[in-house]
Design a protein. Structure first.
Length: 455
């Protein structure tokens, strides 16, 4: 395929692409189990985004298929074998502190602002346009190219479980455009640890309830608690406010959201909340608060007894993503990203004595094993060469990460970039991607699809 012809095609379709992107971004595709109905297993907002995606596939003649509202795919070519690209259109909750409406798809100074702009609707839209470009430019393909688009990546990956149970064919190799460049050859194991402890209510001043966090894979940006004290607490912690309530005083803590794989990039509002309550020396301190506060501060998992690192992927990270205390039970969900050469069994073995000592129990584990593919694998080298040719970047090296992508769902898949320098961070307020980055993604994806289909 002529590079100049591809660039010209992208420029000719740029305005149309931006309009389609805005329509996709305006669908509030956050999973909502209360809205679950047939063909919309993740709620109406996710279904809306899926309908926009399917309409694009139909408009461009890419043979889209709807898998009962869980996922869809679209395919170009008729070869005996298939290569794939896996992305998703569901998003995490918007959170707080946006400068623009999180589902408004506002354009300001060349950037499009919306939840999902970089994670992962931009990459999904660019992949669809890349496939359309290959079709309309008549690029020969020895293998079919298939886009597989899920609707539950940010929660439980039920989309991929459903898709894989109904589609038997697997790609010879492929990508998941949901990470960084040039490619990610190792993804840490992910373990969501549900830790619980029953609490015996006490007389006198105490915490009536406390909660914070919406998703395990986000650093909480807001947390609240109510104390049954008639007097205003005097503790002062940054971004924690005390407000009078009929039952006593409410503490409201603000933090800064970040992706759960990078807790150091955020400020955990639950930690701030507990830091404001601890100096009051309530019975809760000894019952649960000291312990949860220590665990929440320990971003390397040391307080949980699970700190570990390896050479390929670095250190374990720990994020207290969801916290809930109702006066009789405290529940925490820690989002753990552990090194690629470690195991869940080894992690739990180290965790168990800490839980026994503190009176907590491990009530549930949701686990995704680590991924590792040697970076000198031929199809990875093809991706690397294509990336270098298209971007002129000969410095950035393939790497590993703590994030998890659909690359784990099938053999011979790796994650590649979903944005470029200057675009916004996933799971944070004012998530954004530039229109130039969107066009650059189309160019990179089209060339990678072509290269992998003909390798």
């Amino acid at each position: 395929m002529s590079r100049d012809a591809l660039i010209q095609w992208i420029e000719q379709h740029a305005d149309e692409m931006v309009r389609d992107f805005q329509e996709l971004l305006r669908a509030p595709s956050v999973r909502n189990d209360d809205e679950r109905v047939p063909n919309a297993p993740f709620g109406t907002g996710v279904r809306e985004a899926l309908d926009v995606t399917l309409a694009l596939g139909n408009r461009f003649g890419l043979q889209p298929r709807d898998f009962d509202g869980y996922a869809c795919d679209m395919t170009l070519g008729d070869g005996a074998e298939m290569v794939a690209s896996l992305s998703h259109i569901d998003v995490v909750p918007a959170g707080n502190d946006w400068s623009y409406p999180p589902f408004g798809a506002t354009i300001d100074q060349g950037y499009i602002y919306a939840r999902g702009a970089t994670d992962n609707k931009g990459a999904t839209l660019a992949s669809i346009y890349a496939l359309r470009a290959l079709k309309e430019l008549g690029v020969p393909l020895r293998r079919r190219v298939r886009l597989i688009i899920g609707c539950d990546e940010e929660s439980r990956w039920e989309c991929m479980q459903h898709y894989l149970s109904r589609e038997a064919e697997r790609p010879v190799w492929g990508v998941s455009p949901d990470a960084g460049w040039p490619f990610i050859y190792g993804e840490k194991g992910i373990a969501n640890l549900y830790l619980e402890k029953p609490i015996e209510p006490t007389d006198g001043v105490r915490v009536l309830w406390a909660k914070g966090g919406e998703r395990h894979n986000m650093v909480p940006d807001r947390a609240e608690a109510i104390l049954n004290t008639p007097l205003q607490p005097t503790t002062q912690v940054e971004d924690v406010a005390w407000n009078p309530e009929s039952a006593g005083w409410r503490a409201v803590a603000k933090g800064k959201s970040s992706h759960g794989s990078h807790p150091e990039g955020g400020v955990n509002a639950v930690t701030r909340l507990l830091e404001a309550i601890e100096p009051l020396n309530l019975p809760d301190n000894e019952q649960w608060l000291h312990t949860v506060l220590e665990w929440s501060r320990s971003l390397d998992g040391a307080a949980l007894g699970i700190a570990h690192s390896d050479e390929p992927s670095g250190a374990l990270t720990s994020n207290l993503g969801v916290f809930d205390y109702d006066g009789a039970r405290v529940m925490c969900v820690f989002n753990i990203r552990y090194p690629v050469t470690w195991t869940l069994d080894a992690l739990i073995e180290r965790l168990t004595p800490v839980l026994e000592r503190t009176g907590f129990r491990l009530s549930e584990v949701r686990h995704t094993p680590p991924l590792f593919i040697p970076p000198d694998t031929p199809f990875l080298q093809a991706i690397l060469q294509t990336y270098r040719e298209e971007t002129g970047d000969y410095e950035t090296q393939p790497t590993t990460m703590g994030g998890g992508t659909y690359a784990r769902t099938m053999p011979n898949l790796v994650a590649i970039g979903a944005a470029f320098e200057g675009d916004g961070e996933a799971h944070q307020a004012d998530e954004r991607i530039s229109i130039e980055s969107l066009k650059k993604l189309v160019r990179c994806y089209a060339r990678i699809f072509e290269r992998l289909a003909n390798l």
